[in-house]
Design a protein around this ligand. Structure first.
Ligand code: FES
Length: 107
């Protein structure tokens, strides 16, 4: 999901300085608990909320879970803006999307 948190370049965590051009940041929508779509947003607290078991992810701090059963942050997609002004991905996610148990089926 694509979120604009600022009009300036935005860093959600150290090492991600180039990932949020013009304040646009993108996270996987698949909850890291059981894979529900994280589709709710608590604007006042800037938290993404999973409707299934209420995990809450901090948008401005790398989507780390602040509440609920999700064991790890939502993976962030590194973005850039090309010469025509289009928002594009620099490359893929830096970690697998979705719940951890999905990984076991790919071994
Ligand atoms: S699937 Fe998101 S909190 Fe359980």
């Amino acid at each position: 999901m694509l979120i604009r948190v600022s009009n300036e370049n935005y860093t959600t965590q150290k090492g991600r300085e180039s990932w949020g051009p013009k304040g646009y940041i993108a996270y996987s929508k698949l909850c890291t608990h059981l894979g529900c779509p994280v589709g709710l947003y608590e604007q006042e607290l800037q938290l993404l909320v999973c409707p299934c078991h209420q995990s809450m992810f901090n948008v401005t701090n790398g989507a780390i879970p602040e509440f609920g059963p999700a064991p790890r942050p939502l993976p962030q997609l590194p973005l850039y803006i090309d010469a025509e002004g289009n928002i594009r991905a620099q490359n893929g996610y830096d970690q697998p999307v979705g719940p951890g148990f999905w990984e076991r089926h790919n071994v």
